[in-house]
Design a protein around this ligand. Structure first.
Ligand SMILES: Cc1ncc(C[n+]2csc(CCOP(=O)(O)OP(=O)(O)O)c2C)c(N)n1
Ligand SMILES: [Mg+2]
Length: 344
């Protein structure tokens, strides 16, 4: 068993095409603008309950989606809007769920933390810290049982990484060689608690070593580094070698949720990350300095994204509230998929 600390291959930037870079730019910008709009709608009282924004962390999910194939699965925490958009869920359906409307992914009954898409293999959206980790292993178990080569991306935070059920899951995932990529989104804080205050050994990626799970640390502000590490992890899983851990170093710019007094860090700390490490600005610079795109082309993409987000916001306001009778629907599963085990 070996663990390795590494990032993107040195040639990751050299080999990337203009179209690929533009795709990352567009996808990350969609998440950012969507989240900014969600923040505004929250401020206007159109979104209720908890709402955790993903601003600053966009390169994590966009990089990993670039390493995923059709049919691969994903499951995450309550900070989930970016994951939904990156796997291709409709911004209108996501925003309408935030505003609690009929046109939302859960018919307006789930809200920010409880959305799912069977079509896109997105399994939520979980409000209990680390609860999604064993669920991710269960999804991977199903794929192993059915004998296909699908992989499950199981995302969780640095705070969640200190939860006991993560280690029960590691043990079983490695014991059964489950095809699961454990993605630790280390944004340095769990609510108002920095990793420095909560964690004795902050190299989360190494913690799988006790179970024989390989892992590595990745620069989560660099979408190309994330993609390269994701591809390596996915190859490992598809080759039947069991789980893999990626600790992706990232940063959230906004508060933990919409009600966060932000007294646990300085404005300067946040501003420094925004100025020096911003994942979208990084790709923008790669596009411009490599002459892959002109300022005008990028402006056109910005406009295209703004329009998509505005349409989603309009849809989420126009969609009606669910009927009261809907309180009694979607309680029990009725169509449970069945499958035969793969040949031993
Ligand atoms: C089991 C449990 N304990 C506590 C909470 C309250 N809580 C919600 S989010 C959170 C912090 C989790 O931080 P992290 O895993 O780093 O994820 P991040 O919010 O940074 O994405 C806590 C303690 C909860 N939801 N579930
Ligand atoms: Mg965190």
């Amino acid at each position: 068993m070996a663990t390795a600390k590494s990032g993107a291959k040195p040639d990751a930037k050299a080999n990337v095409s203009a179209d690929e870079l533009k795709h990352y730019y567009r996808e990350m910008l969609l998440i950012r603008r969507f989240e900014e709009k969600a923040g505004q709608l929250y401020g206007m009282g159109l979104i209720g309950g908890f709402c955790h924004l993903y601003i600053g962390q966009e390169a994590v999910v966009v990089g990993l989606e670039a390493a995923a194939d059709e049919g691969d699965k994903r499951v995450t925490s309550y900070r989930d809007h970016g994951h939904m958009l990156a796997c291709g869920m409709d911004p209108k359906g996501v925003m309408a769920e935030l505003t609690g409307r009929e046109g939302g992914y859960s018919g307006g009954k789930g809200g920010s933390m409880h959305m799912f898409s069977r079509e896109k293999h997105f399994y939520g959206g979980h409000g209990i810290v680390a609860a999604q980790v064993p669920i991710g292993a269960g999804l991977a178990f199903a794929d192993k049982y059915l004998g296909n080569d699908r992989v499950t991306f199981t995302y969780f935070g640095d705070g969640a990484a200190n939860q006991g059920q993560v280690y029960e899951t590691y043990n079983m995932a490695e014991l059964w060689d489950l095809p699961v990529v454990f993605v630790i989104e280390n944004n340095q804080y769990a609510m108002g608690t920095s990793t420095k205050r909560s964690t004795k050994s902050p190299t989360y990626w190494q913690r799988g070593a006790a179970y024989g799970i390989e892992g590595e640390e990745v620069d989560g502000m660099d979408v190309l580094a994330v993609k390269a590490a994701g591809q390596k992890a996915v190859e490992h899983c598809r080759a039947g070698k069991g789980p893999y851990i990626l600790e992706v170093k990232t940063y959230r710019y906004r508060g933990h949720s919409m009600s966060d007094p932000a007294k646990y860090r300085t404005r300067e700390e946040v501003q420094k990350m925004r100025d020096e490490r911003d994942p979208i600005e990084n790709v923008r610079q790669l596009l411009l300095t490599g002459s892959h795109a002109s300022e005008d082309e990028l402006k056109a993409i910005d406009k295209e994204i703004k329009d998509i987000v505005n349409e989603a916001a309009e849809f989420s306001k126009d969609s009606p509230e669910p009927d009261v009778s809907e309180l009694w629907t979607d309680i029990y599963a009725t169509d449970i998929p069945q499958g035969e085990p793969a040949e031993a």
